[in-house]
Design a protein around this ligand. Structure first.
Ligand code: GDP
Length: 291
């Protein structure tokens, strides 16, 4: 079905209705906070961990359970990482997979967007704190591309951090040359991490940098993004299965993006690390269009 183009006034009205819903939801939460039963049964807050087709999987802020939700009309495009208000459906028809409805969208701190096939800018992921720009000696460092990622990150109000991966492939001389080349970014106060997904070098520093934040990884194909993400999330496939079993539904083969949680304890300092990562083909290609 063709999408109706909304006038500015209609968009303003929709935004106003949403804002009012959020205020009502917050007020209601305050007034019934003494009755936790009623609260659990009425309004819930959560984060979108996966978006596919017309439905979303929401991780509830209190229970951390995954709830499959439909979307109330006119909320606009909701993406992975979005913070939302959702409500249980009072009657779930037999065989129906949807358990709740997303009724309001909270304000976003940041938004990653990219053009779709028709050239229209579409949101890809929301509320991201850090953008890790992965580079490597093979394929060779591409400063033009790094600059584009940096501009795109700054425009999106997301902290960019540079990763130079595959350092296990370098001799001492080659590493010195590479460090000299990326010093230009250090000089303008961008942080640089040296890693090897193969030898695990630098993974603890990377984990510490990820801690407590929502991050995404971007980079040219072949630099080792998948290898780094797999090293951080070796259980990602199992997790995907868990998502399905938690909602008691099939696997989301059409899912465009997913939010993962990393929980690790660093051996060196026994420090527990909790971090979130959003990964999707759309996110990975972010910044490759002309900013
Ligand atoms: P992506 O396209 O950026 O996701 O890159 P991949 O993770 O698929 O890696 C591309 C190739 O580089 C694969 O053959 C990996 O095994 C290899 N690779 C990834 N990380 C490293 C690393 O740290 N060191 C070495 N030597 N090879 C790596």
């Amino acid at each position: 079905m063709a999408k109706r183009k909304l006038s500015r006034r209609q968009q303003w009205r929709i935004q106003k209705i949403q804002d009012e819903r959020l205020v009502r939801a917050k007020k209601k939460q305050q007034t019934i906070s003494s009755d936790s039963e009623a609260l659990i049964n009425t309004l819930h807050y959560g984060v979108v961990v996966s978006h596919f087709g017309a439905t979303l999987d929401i991780e509830d802020n209190n229970t951390h359970n995954l709830i499959r939700c439909a979307l109330r009309q006119n909320l606009g495009t909701i993406v992975c990482g979005d913070k939302v208000v959702w409500q249980h459906l009072s009657n779930i028809p037999d065989g129906e997979q949807v358990q709740g409805v997303v009724t309001a969208l909270e304000a976003r701190s940041s938004l990653l967007a990219r053009p779709d096939f028709s050239g229209q800018i579409k949101p890809v992921a929301a509320n991201i704190d850090q953008l890790f720009i992965v580079t490597s000696p093979i394929p060779e460092l591409n400063e033009g591309l790094i600059d584009r990622y940096l501009v795109a990150a700054e425009l999106s109000r997301i902290q960019p951090i540079l990763i130079v991966n595959k350092i296990d492939t370098l001799t001492i001389e080659q590493r010195l040359l590479l460090e000299k080349r990326v010093k230009v970014y250090q000089d303008i106060h961008y942080q640089i991490l040296y890693t090897s997904a193969k030898s695990q070098h630098g993974m603890d520093s990377l984990l510490q940098q990820l801690s407590g934040k929502v991050s995404v990884f971007v980079g040219q194909s072949g630099v080792g993004e998948s290898s780094l993400i797999n090293a951080l999330l070796p259980e990602a496939h199992i997790k995907e299965g868990l998502v399905s079993s938690a909602t008691n539904k099939g696997t989301h083969t059409t899912s465009v993006s997913r939010l993962y949680h990393i929980k690790k304890t660093l051996e060196a300092c026994h420090e527990p690390i909790q971090a979130s990562l959003i990964d999707s083909p759309g996110v990975r290609e972010f910044g490759l269009w002309d900013v």
